[in-house]
Design a protein. Structure first.
Length: 317
């Protein structure tokens, strides 16, 4: 059990545990050193993979864990290629440096998006407001035209309502006067007497019914106007939800660019993250290039030479 860390390091880096165990302490230290470096790199990229999967791919927690494990697996395989190389050529070194630069740029972008989250949200609110205005501009214009038409109809109805109301105040009822005449005749049919009577009839002004109809019409028009005004707010809220839901990685990068380039401190923080990730990515490569050849490496070379020598003997008995 005392060699569990060494066994784990050999499993992670690809070293042969039996050969390392029978080699010097320096070889064991090299394995542990590479293991620590790979665990550091893996931990950082697991966090980046988890954040990317949950934030931009909109996956659940299990999806984030899967994304983190996948990113860690890729990083481990890349580092093992360097560690297990007998000799690191100039071409492979250049390729690893370019890959490290690309990965550090991506890592710095994602870390900056997490660091400047509040600033990005503030900038996003400003951008979303502009996008919502553009998205609902045509619909709002059409609704405003309908509201203007309703305002005109309401104004006309109010004028007619006021006129009818004034008329009712002056003439709440209508008085109709009519005269009845009666003539009394004798047996021969001659008129001998005539009487006249005057009667009056009082009736409610029919404009009162018109006034009630105008009142209902005005209420109906005002209700339609209120619904149209509310629809503008509803359209804005729906468009805002749609635009927020469709925010992607490129939108976040654009917002991040606006936030970072808006101040020298933002640029300084981004460069710090960039250099940090670049240093981590090149950590294993630098160690591989600067480490001296250990007895483990010489043992591998010796085994290779013996195997080649045996193959030559089989070819030329």
């Amino acid at each position: 059990m005392k060699d569990w860390w060494l066994k784990f390091g050999c499993f992670l880096t690809g070293f042969n545990y039996n050969l390392v165990k029978n080699s010097s302490e320096q070889s064991a230290k090299n394995v542990k050193k590479y293991t620590s470096a790979m665990l550091l790199i893996t931990l950082v990229w697991f966090f980046i993979g988890y954040s990317f999967a949950t934030r931009y791919l909109h996956l659940e927690q299990w999806g984030g864990l899967l994304g983190g494990l996948l990113m860690s697996f890729v990083v481990i395989q890349i580092e093992r290629i360097i560690i297990l190389s007998t000799k690191v050529s100039l071409g492979s070194s250049i390729f690893r440096i370019l890959l490290a630069l690309v990965m550090s740029i991506l890592g710095a972008f994602i870390m900056d998006q997490i660091t400047f989250k509040d600033d990005i949200e503030l900038r996003k609110a400003q951008v979303m407001d502009e996008r919502v205005k553009l998205a609902v501009q045509q619909s709002e214009q059409d609704i405003q035209k309908q509201i203007a038409g309703l305002d005109s109809m309401i104004a006309k109805a109010n004028l007619r309502y006021d006129a009818v109301s004034n008329d009712l105040k002056k003439n709440p009822v209508i008085i109709t006067t009519y005269t009845n005449s009666s003539v009394t005749k004798d047996k021969e049919g001659k008129a001998i007497n005539s009487t006249q009577s005057t009667n009056k009839s009082v009736m409610e002004n029919p404009k009162k019914l018109e006034m009630e109809q105008l009142h209902k019409q005005i209420e109906t028009l005002q209700h339609k106007k209120f619904e149209l005004a509310q629809s503008i707010t509803t359209i804005k809220e729906r468009k805002e939800k749609e635009l927020k839901a469709s925010t992607g990685f490129l939108d976040e990068l654009t917002l991040l660019h606006d936030v970072v380039t808006s101040s020298q401190i933002g640029i300084f923080v981004y460069l710090l993250f960039l250099l940090f990730f670049l240093a981590i990515e090149l950590f294993v490569l630098v160690m591989k290039l600067t480490d001296k050849e250990s007895d483990y490496d010489k043992l591998l070379q010796h085994q290779t030479e013996i195997r080649v020598h045996m193959l030559e003997k089989l070819r030329n008995p």
